[in-house]
Ligand binder design. Structure first.
Ligand code: VAH
Length: 311
């Protein structure tokens, strides 16, 4: 029985659907700070939860009879850079509350890290699983601290913490949010709506990306993996592709030939993107729990445009 925080977020809103299809709707408790009319609410148990409310989080997990916690609530990179203190309090406070509830109730634990956990001094090509992590964003500081905290709860209390470092995630369910990689989501919406897109990330900026279906499968696979085979615990590098804006534009042009891409660089999000790797190495995830992405840029583009056109 799985409890999710941030169930209405970019990952949460699709993770709920996936988990309910595998484990049964009544076995997945969705929680978020607000209630909307999204299908997530209707398809199974939902509770309002502010992850800063430790007592309510513990009560909800206990009353539901959870055996697994998936902590997905957080502020993403660009939002965190605009409100760094709120980001620290929410991202770290929420994580500690989720870890404490999980420790006390003996839950298996998942929370995502990110390529944002790397900084300018990290090797940018084939970024290793174990390497220098000196991020220069508040989001990155939160992610590195989170990785260390999850390791600590494993070594100190035996809590079965697991996680992955996600690249930019691309999905058609939720609109682009406060992330730096969200240009790669917005570009598909605008390609269909107007046939053109003005990117806030400059030409030639490579970042790791992955289609949401592959991200959701990675969460299920890492959580179902045989613990005795895990040399790493949380923060496995996972990625499907690395591209820069011109490449996603050419992929779109295979379906929308006259699509036009222009640039109006946002210095804040460009600085964040510049501090991240170009392409990370996912060998550890492949070796330790069989990670494999199904979608590449062209198959993702085809599916994104098909699904968005229907929306
Ligand atoms: C962000 N999409 O841009 C998130 C992610 C890899 C980036 O953490 O903040």
């Amino acid at each position: 029985k799985i409890m999710i925080t941030g169930a209405l977020g970019q990952i949460g809103s699709e993770l709920i659907v996936k988990l309910r299809s595998i484990y049964g709707a009544d076995n997945v408790l969705a929680t978020d700070i607000r209630k909307t009319d999204s299908p997530v609410i209707e398809s199974g148990p939902f509770e309002i939860l502010d992850v800063m409310d430790a007592e309510r989080m513990h009560t909800l997990a206990k009353d539901f009879g959870a055996d697994t916690m998936m902590h997905m609530a957080a502020l993403l990179s660009a939002t965190a850079e605009a409100k760094p203190l709120l980001a620290w309090n929410l991202n770290m406070g929420g994580l500690v509350n989720a870890l404490e509830t999980s420790r006390d109730l003996g839950l298996q634990f998942f929370t995502p890290s990110s390529i944002g956990a790397f900084g300018p001094s990290t090797p940018k090509q084939n970024t290793p699983q174990d390497t220098l992590q000196r991020p220069t964003t508040m989001y990155g500081v939160n992610k590195v601290a989170g990785e260390l905290l999850c390791d600590y709860y494993f070594h100190k209390f035996g809590l079965d913490t697991r996680g992955v470092r996600f690249p930019g995630l691309i999905s058609y369910v939720t609109p682009p949010g406060g992330g730096t990689t969200d240009y790669a989501v917005d570009i598909y919406y605008k390609a269909l709506e107007t046939g053109k897109y003005t990117s806030y990330i400059e030409q030639g900026t490579y970042m790791d990306m992955m289609y949401m279906p592959d991200a959701l499968q990675a969460i299920v696979d890492v959580m179902e993996a045989d613990a005795s085979k895990l040399e790493h615990r949380n923060a496995f590098n996972v990625t499907a592709m690395s591209f820069e804006p011109e490449q996603i534009a050419s992929s779109i042009r295979k379906h929308i030939p006259n699509f036009e891409l222009s640039y109006d660089v946002d210095p804040v999000r460009q600085a964040i993107a510049n501090s991240w790797p170009d392409a990370i190495d996912a060998t550890a995830a492949k070796n330790e729990w069989g990670f494999k992405a199904q979608y590449d840029l062209d198959s993702m583009t085809k599916d994104m445009l098909d699904k968005l056109a229907k929306k």
